[in-house]
Write a new protein. Sequence first.
Length: 172
Amino acid sequence: MSTRPPHTGPRAALLFVTVSRRHAAGLLAVAGCLTLVGCSSKAPGLAGLAPVAGTVTLKGAPLEGATVTFAATGAGRSAAGTTDAKGKFSLTSLNPGDGAMPGDYTVTVKKTETVGKVYTSQESQEYYMKNQKAPPAPQVKNLVNEKFAQPSSSPLKATVKAGKNEFTFDVE
């Protein structure tokens, strides 16, 4: 009979490695499930956000497809939204439509369109082979006065307060 304690020596090391790998694999599987499922059914968000919605018009008519951005004037998080066919928007900070943090903002409104042909890769190659130069690049045209597109030049301001917020902006 041996006086050696059980599970020592080379076999014990192999047993330890096998058990450790099993534990590690189990822990990774549990962590993966928690990551995929999450701890709750609600998406994580930012505390203190206030709902913000509004309307943007261009010379009095609803402006569809414009990007509206509330850029924080001090330290803070920006929020943005896109206008629908009626010029209506709602702001998103992290989750769709969750709003913005209370505070002061400079508001920008930007809408562009591409003017000129946008070539596919194959069309670009064919154009080059025929003309020995790259095809002309399409131009991006601002549909709203450029001053509204940059926080440094936009005259639009907004103060978001706790609770619902509704704004109307008319751009040129």
